[in-house]
Write a protein of this length. Structure first.
Length: 636
């Protein structure tokens, strides 16, 4: 009980109360225990007090002496011992404490009679004291382990307290959330109650409407009784209409078969056209590749010829420059030759004058000087001959240069003319090839457009025919189902619904027949146009024979396009006249309904006209005041 009390006190404290006590306090408590246990002069009356003091000291040691190896509990996340281990440790500590207390009480009780008998001789021996000390040490260790377990349990308790606090906060949050949800549900409940009230009001309004509908139903029953008379005649008319419909469906099936045959023929012709177009395209691609190679070769030859012409032009320019330089050299040689001739002539004249003057001179002098003069004359003549030979050589060179230059000029002119002619010819070939290529490209583009147009036209016609065939099949199936699922009922509501359905189907069949007629005409025109295009594409070849769709049209088909509720058989008497008038009125009303159904603008115009007419009548009725003629008393 003391351990549980100390555990409760320590659990109420904060973690700061689990600080390790000082060693001096621990030593004091141990000394007190040792003195108490070793004291031999304890009276008998104080046994219970000694037990109480031992218990108090044990509780004090439990509350004040933590284990020396356990650190102070500052971390909140300490490992918590499970309840089973805590119970075992608590039981072991309690058993050890009880055993210790029993042992001390037995020793004290055993010591008391010994002390009473031989008080002066009772001296404790060393062996029992050592045994007591060992038992106390063991008990102290057990107490330390118990304190450690208690510290762990306190840490787990603190952790559980924190967890409980977190759970409390979460429960508060959940409570707040639940309160908010409860307020939302209350608000929704109020809204639902208001909606329920609105629905109750609407239900009451619906009850009123049901009463009105019951009145109208009674009126409709009366009207149905009036219409029951015409129902038998409507049945007869229905049989006639079904016969007409079977005939019309057979004609439609025949027309559809013919159109399908025509579509197959057009598909075959289109396939043939596609194959011819593919062949033409392959031929055109081969021709284009051939023309491309020829164009490349011609371009290469043109570039080579242009390169050669440029080289020849450069050579001609070089030859012309050489010719000019040769002409200049020949001119300079001529000038030098003329100058040399003039110089030689002057020298010869001077020499001849000198010779003549010397001849006219004295004898000795002339004899002596005649030898030298003859020698000089010989030298001059030799030089003259040499100069003449050089002049002749130069003249021959000039003549050869002139002939070479003239030959080069003639050759250059001829080559330039030939290259010019070749260039003109190549340019003409290139222009012709480009023109042919453009024509072929235009032709191919035209064929592509024609084929694309034919494919689009065929796809459109095919899709329209398939959709129409499907619609006709659906209608035929619907009519077959109506014929097979026909049940005769005596209920007036079913008869009235049947009558309404028959009138609506009659109007729908009439509109469908007229739409089919217009579509048939458009398809005939489209087929004729396709035939013309195919004939033009095939180059005048005869295509498939055209179908005369006008032969399918006849007066019977046109007559069947206007169904009426009454037959056209002439009946004698007033009933026949009334029946004829009713049939004409019915026919006119059906035509008017078809017209208004086909043209929505006419419907809008009629509605606006009726609204304006009613408005005008209301204005006239509300604003009109008759003229009041007040008569005078004298009758004027």
């Amino acid at each position: 009980m003391s351990s549980e009390a100390s555990r409760g006190v320590s659990s109420a404290k904060t973690p700061t109360g689990f600080i390790r006590p000082k060693k001096s306090d621990l030593d004091v408590n141990d000394d007190m225990l040792f003195d108490f246990l070793n004291s031999s002069d304890t009276p008998v009356g104080n046994r219970r007090d000694s037990k109480r003091e031992i218990k108090v000291t044990v509780t004090e040691t439990l509350s004040l002496t933590p284990p020396p190896l356990v650190a102070p509990l500052t971390v909140p996340s300490a490992p918590s011992t499970p309840p089973s281990t805590r119970g075992v440790s608590r039981a072991s500590s309690l058993s050890s404490l009880s055993a210790l207390s029993n042992k001390t009480s037995e020793e004290s009780s055993a010591k008391e009679p010994g002390q009473e008998q031989s008080h002066p001789e009772a001296i404790p021996s060393e062996e029992p004291q050592s045994h007591v000390l060992s038992s106390l040490r063991l008990e102290n260790q057990l107490l330390h382990s118990e304190v450690a377990s208690l510290n762990q349990e306190m840490a787990s308790v603190i952790q559980r307290a924190k967890d409980l606090q977190d759970e409390l906060n979460q429960s508060r949050l959940r409570a707040d959330k639940w309160n908010s949800e409860h307020s939302v549900t209350d608000r929704n409940l109020r809204e639902l109650r208001s909606q329920v009230d609105d629905l109750k009001e609407a239900l009451s309004a619906k009850d009123g409407q049901l009463a009105v509908l019951k009145i109208r139903l009674d009126e409709a029953d009366q009207l149905l009784k009036c219409r029951n008379v015409a129902l038998e005649e409507a049945q007869k008319e229905k049989s006639q209409i079904m016969q007409d419909h079977t005939e019309g469906s057979s004609m439609h099936s025949q027309a559809l078969e013919t159109m399908q045959d025509r579509l197959r023929e057009t598909e075959l012709s289109l396939r043939r056209e596609q194959e011819s177009y593919r062949q033409m395209q392959s031929e055109y691609s081969a021709r284009l590749s051939k023309l491309e190679t020829e164009r490349q070769t011609l371009a290469e030859t043109v570039t080579a010829s242009e390169r050669r012409t440029s080289e020849e032009k450069l050579r001609i320019d070089d030859f012309q420059q050489q010719l000019k330089s040769a002409k200049a050299e020949s001119e300079t040689a001529k000038q030098e030759l003329q100058e040399y001739k003039q110089k030689a002539a002057r020298i010869l004249q001077s020499k001849e004058k000198l010779i003549s003057s010397l001849k006219e001179g004295s004898g000795l002098d002339t004899l002596d000087g005649s030898g030298t003069m003859t020698l000089e004359l010989e030298e001059l003549r030799h030089e003259k001959e040499m100069q003449r030979e050089e002049i002749q050589k130069l003249q021959g060179q000039v003549l050869t240069l002139r002939t070479e230059v003239q030959d080069l000029e003639n050759q250059a002119m001829a080559e330039a003319e030939t290259w010019r002619e070749q260039q003109v010819h190549l340019q003409e070939q290139q222009t012709a090839q480009t023109r042919v290529k453009q024509e072929l490209e235009a032709e191919v583009e035209r064929y592509k457009q024609e084929v694309q147009y034919l494919e689009e036209e065929q796809h459109r016609v095919k899709s329209s025919l398939q959709s129409r065939i499907k619609d006709r099949e659906d209608e035929i199936q619907k009519l077959r189902n109506q014929l097979t699922n026909k049940t005769i009922s005596n209920s007036q509501t079913e008869l009235e619904n049947r009558l309404h359905q028959l009138t609506e189907t009659l109007i729908q069949k009439q509109t469908m027949l007229e739409a089919i007629g217009t579509e048939k005409n458009s398809l005939v025109f489209q087929l004729e146009r396709l035939e013309q295009q195919l004939k033009a594409a095939q180059g005048g070849q005869s295509g498939a024979a055209s179908i005369n769709m006008n032969a399918l049209e006849g007066p019977s088909a046109r007559q069947r396009s206007t169904p009426v509720l009454f037959g056209d058989q002439d009946s004698p008497g007033v009933y026949g006249k009334v029946r004829k008038a009713a049939s004409t009125i019915d026919r006119f009303s059906i035509r008017l309904g078809i017209f208004l159904r086909r043209y929505p603008m006419a419907r809008v115009f009629v509605i606006l006209y009726m609204a304006a007419l009613h408005l005008w009548v209301m204005i006239v009725l509300l604003t009109y005041s008759p003229e009041m003629h007040h008569s005078l008393p004298d009758g004027q």
